[in-house]
Design a binder for this molecule. Structure first.
Ligand SMILES: C[S@@+](CC[C@H](N)C(=O)[O-])C[C@H]1O[C@@H](n2cnc3c(N)ncnc32)[C@H](O)[C@@H]1O
Length: 349
């Protein structure tokens, strides 16, 4: 047999749909079927055992029974890196190495793994921590699946690392959930990014001055200065259209009032570390009712400063609770030092 055969396992509807969209580029040399042999579209249909004699470059599984088929492929000498599973609804061919093998031996496709691989390609780097992305992606997908109204915001953009993860996740779910979004009248969700683009302001309040990170100078004035506003725009518009990205440059206390009255956020990523910065933002968002019912609120640095509740983001949340009655669900810790919650409703005390 010639090396480099392209094989499709399955001869049913999924195979027909996959072949209709990919058949001409792929030049399939064999179909495999456990129950029949012969020909399909002029191409030989072979039994699984024959795979042992074939030099393969790729095998596409076009069957929802892929968990039964994968072990048979492996038993017959197909290398796992040559196996792709074709998704039933999108007809995307996903490499097996993007699936997770569960304790019961079954393979499950976890989209965040593919998204992460795409991000690594887009950003030409592999520094994205899977846990951070997984949690951000889960939170973004929650907003789409649960149809939480409104836009997405991040306070604290610095390197643009988390902003680009959020942008990627928005574009991923917006595309896949288009019909759902239309049905809920929610298209064109925006990403609003807020930063001084000059690093941290000078700390002035005791809740910051006494915190280990400020006292040590790690969160000193002017530190955490990252991309310029233009560079950030260039980065996030790799995944989102220009008109869906709003960048607010300056100190939060000066830029918050630029948020149009009535704009609601479904998702807010707080990553501005300091107590004063965080309470400025929270107080404004809550008093101007910018958070939607069911909004996801993430705090990237909740457990910094040795997880003390006297400083930084954690303390800012406690201060907010003194000023507002907030009905919320605490979803707990995420990634290394983050904490996230869902906001149900709130009222000024
Ligand atoms: C830890 S960094 C953010 C990290 C970022 N998410 C990333 O992925 O690289 C904190 C950011 O908050 C910004 N920041 C903190 N307090 C601010 C304030 N009061 N006004 C504007 N920006 C502020 C800093 O400029 C800095 O970029």
């Amino acid at each position: 047999m010639e090396p480099g055969n392209i094989v499709v396992w399955g001869t049913g509807d999924l195979c027909d749909q996959f072949m209709a969209s990919n058949g001409s580029q792929l030049q399939v040399t064999f179909f495999v079927d456990s129950y029949k042999t012969g020909e399909k579209q002029g191409i030989p249909v072979i039994a699984p055992e024959i795979l042992r004699d074939i030099d393969l470059s790729a095998l596409y599984i076009c069957s929802t029974w892929y968990n039964q088929i994968i072990p048979v492929c492996l038993k017959n000498g197909v290398k796992s890196e040559d196996i792709y599973v074709v998704m039933a609804r999108t007809f995307e061919a996903i490499p097996l190495n993007q699936f997770e093998r569960m304790a019961n031996g079954e393979f499950y496709f976890l989209p965040w793994k593919k998204q992460l691989a795409d991000i690594h390609r887009t950003l030409s780097c592999d520094i994205v921590h899977p846990d951070v992305y997984k949690d951000i992606a889960k939170s973004v997908s929650y907003c789409f699946i649960s149809s939480v109204e409104g836009d997405f915001a991040e306070f604290g953009t610095c390197t643009g690392y988390t902003a680009s993860l959020i942008a990627y996740a928005i574009s991923f779910y917006a595309q896949r959930m288009q019909k759902h979004e239309t049905a809920h009248h929610m298209q064109g969700r925006k990403l609003c990014l807020f930063d001084s683009f000059a690093g941290f302001p000078k700390a002035t309040l005791d809740e910051d001055l006494n915190s280990p990170h400020v006292a040590s100078g790690v969160w000193g004035e002017g530190t955490a200065k990252g991309l310029s506003a233009l560079q950030l725009r260039q980065l996030v518009t790799q995944n989102l259209p220009e008109h869906n990205v709003n960048i607010y440059e300056g100190w939060y206390k000066d830029t918050l009032s630029d948020i149009p009255a009535g704009q609601r956020f479904a998702f807010v990523h707080m990553d501005c570390d300091l107590y004063e910065s965080t309470i400025d933002v929270l107080r404004y968002l809550f008093s101007h009712e910018h958070l939607s019912e069911g909004a996801m609120l993430l705090f990237d640095n909740w457990y910094c400063n040795r997880a003390s509740h006297k400083f930084a983001e954690h303390k800012a949340w406690l201060t907010l609770l003194e000023e507002f009655d907030v009905n919320f669900t605490d979803l707990g810790m995420y990634a290394c030092v983050g904490n996230k919650m869902i906001i149900h409703d709130y009222l000024k005390k």
